[in-house]
Design a protein. Sequence first.
Length: 415
Amino acid sequence: MVSKFVAASQSPTWNYSLPVTIPTPVGTGVHMSSDGGRCVAWAYDFNQARVFVAFLNESTGAPVSTASVLTLGAPVATSLSSDGNWFYVASANRHAVINANNGSTRYEAISFQPMSSAHLISRTGEIIGRGLTGGRFELLRWNGSTYSSWLTYDRGIADAGCAKAELAADDSTLALAWNRSSGYQSVDVELLRLNSSGSLNLEYQRTISSTVALQNVVKDLDLSDDGRMLAVGLSGDEGGAVPELTVYARDAQAGTWNVRMEQDLPGSVQDVDLSADGNFLVVASKGYHDNTLAGGGRVDYFSTTYRDMDTVGIPHSAGQVMITHQQVPGVSAILLASDRLANVPTVFDGIGTLYLSRSRTSAVGTATADGTGSVNFGVQLPSAPEFIGTTLHFQALCINPRRLSTDTVSILVLP
């Protein structure tokens, strides 16, 4: 069953049942295009050794087209191009590209070289990529009639297997993450520049190793659309020596990469999702390491860049969230609120820029910065049903000296 939800409702907009009987260990998957206009659901039909794919109407959930792809094994990777036009599926020895508009097969091939779990498709579907044995990753490019080998990168280490790969939406940057099969305790993270001349230049490489018995392997990675920010999630070591989450940032002027943020989580990362601009990150993780038996998990939301305003809490109707503003200790500030952002922000000389609609802005609270410089505003959200699904906007005004925050916070009221 596939269900679509919107933030303003606890009930699904539509449901779609996949016409396949699925053994539990095999599973299914769902993908959405970047604009939310195309939804793809797939399920592996164990009895036929095929993947059933349904391309669904975003508004109604009705299939626009369907496809049945021979994989001769459960998929190791599936992906939808960002523009929503091409669906890529790969098993251990077969891979295919399906036209999402009519369900036809654009490309289908047997791989005579065993493939790893690392696969990708570019934003427009013109490039696909696959990990190969022997520490290699290959990019194939559409030549008008088929995908042909274009570029191959060799890690040069026999026990390195490419586990995850992604190409930035602008085709500028290729991110690769490798597991070392000798003990599965070391991970290699690499970032390569894809040049217009058709060559790959290695810009950054880092090896993250664990010394404990638990396996340290790549779980997921995600690149920002412009290729300047990369988030990598690992299974970690549960001992604090190996960070389960790392964010890498590229200095556009220097052309160098650095660690922007590291986070030690209680358990292994399961999924990472970086916003298109690279400024925000959502991470799902277990409450324990993958190699241990325990329960629990969590979802964390991070800002990857400095912001002087942020939120804490889930904005349910009639609930409370905390809005924070970063200042110097002891400074007082006023929290401003509006139901609209200004079409043209108002600039006040020496004070800053008001991004809220000036005629609809009011003060809703005051607070004083604590010893760390954090001004914490407790905000009670409205309980009236008509506010569910609406967005409220906030900005802080420092009292002395008078200074507006450089950032704003927008909150969508949930049921």
